[in-house]
Design a protein around this ligand. Structure first.
Ligand SMILES: Cc1cc2nc3c(=O)[nH]c(=O)nc-3n(C[C@H](O)[C@H](O)[C@H](O)COP(=O)(O)O)c2cc1C
Length: 185
């Protein structure tokens, strides 16, 4: 089966040889937000676009992202010892693309200001989550980089940028919104 064969109910587990096109196509159906991870190493601003971001733990407060082992930016983020997660807004698709390009001045693309940790924060983001590096794991061809949250802020009105099947989109609330019940401890 190839990526082109996917229809509802038609997909099957892939065996050897593993079909990486099918993997990309199916996993691309998981819709996510988009973040830019930023840091400052010895006064040099660095940043990269990531889709692989998640909230991990409330106590202690931890979040994580997954940079590719081949990323040339991630070692500088690691060396800085702290980083900021900039949750992009629906107006920032050009920023998302720019922070994924090599050989350009990424910080010329969008206005920014300094955060608590010294990391640059992109002005138009939906939220900023500043972290100290807490743990790092090698997971296949990526790292899982875990941060302990030290500062937070969120824009009251901005709407998020979404990423689905290699395309950007914007949030639209359904007519019936659902608020999941929190588990009590
Ligand atoms: C929407 C989008 C999501 C991305 N998500 C990730 C990701 O989760 N992890 C990752 O390593 N790269 C991701 N990338 C690619 C990196 O941004 C890009 O490869 C990287 O910035 C290249 O430059 P570098 O070598 O300086 O890291 C994503 C790119 C885009 C456009």
């Amino acid at each position: 089966m190839t990526a082109l064969d996917i229809r509802a109910g038609a997909a099957r587990p892939t065996r050897d040889p593993f079909d990486s096109d099918l993997f990309r196509d199916v996993l691309g159906r998981f819709c996510s937000g988009v973040v830019v991870i930023t840091a400052s190493r010895s006064g040099e601003n660095v940043g990269m676009t990531c889709q692989s971001f998640m909230s991990m733990s409330l106590d202690p407060p931890l979040v994580a992202f997954a940079p590719a082992a081949t990323s040339s930016t991630y070692p500088a983020i690691r060396d800085s010892g702290s980083f900021a997660v900039n949750v992009l807004s629906s107006t920032q698709s050009a920023t998302a693309l720019g922070f994924a390009r090599r050989g350009i001045d990424r910080f010329a693309l969008a206005p920014w200001h300094l955060g608590e940790t010294g990391a640059p924060l992109l002005d138009d983001a939906v939220a900023h989550i500043e972290c100290e590096l807490y743990a790092e794991h090698i997971v296949g061809d990526h790292f899982l980089s875990v941060g302990r949250v030290v500062a937070l802020d969120g824009h009251p009105d901005a709407e998020p940028l979404l990423f689905f099947r290699s395309a950007f989109g914007a949030w639209s609330a359904a007519s019936h919104s659902a608020t999941p019940k929190q588990e009590s401890s």
